[in-house]
Design a protein around this ligand. Structure first.
Ligand code: VGL
Ligand code: ZN
Length: 212
């Protein structure tokens, strides 16, 4: 697939935050390697949007909120299975900051998610209860942004869920896979790829973007 970049496209950079980079509290391997290439790509888009994981201090997705549980264990909550994580991206802390000042300066919207104490939100569109909406779909529709190019962290969690919900909302959705990095716990990367394919999400490499 070869794609040109249009004026009504949006580049969505998912959760490029200090805690998800090496040295952070939920570091994604090689996460730092995609920062400069995403910054360069962002200069080719008229519309750049960011998502920001933004949790309460004792968020339900933290293993520390469940005595006796360890990070990367899965528990069942009323909305379904939940992977437990190390404490990360606590609202207002250094770890929650967007790791790229250049992207932060360029962003037209920084969409925070995961701020409800008792519900996680991998997706930028909809919380893990699959009911509570963030408003992102309405924002994109009102702005006439039709095609979404998704990059960032992590491929198998927040990129995956955001991309699936984007496609479900009728947006043409393209994940630029080599501008994402995965956590890959318990086969999560392989299942994320299968789920994105089923949802009609296109997965491309940045080389497929035509320089125009
Ligand atoms: C993410 C795990 C927990 C992500 C966020 O950005 O992919 N993963 N919170
Ligand atoms: Zn999180």
């Amino acid at each position: 697939m070869e794609l040109d970049i249009r004026a009504d496209d949006a580049l969505i950079v998912v959760d490029l935050q200090v805690d998800f980079l090496p040295g952070g509290r939920l570091a994604v391997a090689d996460g730092d390697s995609i920062v400069a290439p995403i910054e360069a790509l962002a200069d080719r888009y008229a519309n750049v949007l960011l998502t920001q994981d933004w949790h309460t201090p004792h968020h339900i997705s933290f293993a520390s909120s469940h005595p006796g549980r360890q990070p990367f264990e899965v528990i069942n909550l009323d909305y379904g299975p939940q992977v437990l994580w190390p404490d990360h991206c606590v609202m207002g802390t250094r770890g929650a900051e967007i790791a790229s000042p250049a992207l932060l300066a360029k962003a037209q919207l920084v969409l925070r998610k995961g701020y409800n104490d008792s519900v996680d939100s991998y997706s930028g569109f909809r919380e893990a209860d699959r009911k509570t909406l963030t408003g992102l779909a309405g924002y994109l529709r009102e702005r006439g942004l039709k095609r979404l190019f998704i990059t960032g962290l992590a491929t198998d969690f927040c990129v995956n869920w955001t991309a699936q919900d984007a496609a479900a909302n009728g947006f043409e959705t393209i994940v630029i896979e080599d501008l994402t990095c995965a956590i890959d716990t318990n086969g999560s990367l392989a299942s994320a790829r299968g789920d994105m394919d089923k949802a009609g999400v296109h997965r491309i490499s940045q080389a497929e973007l035509l320089v125009g």
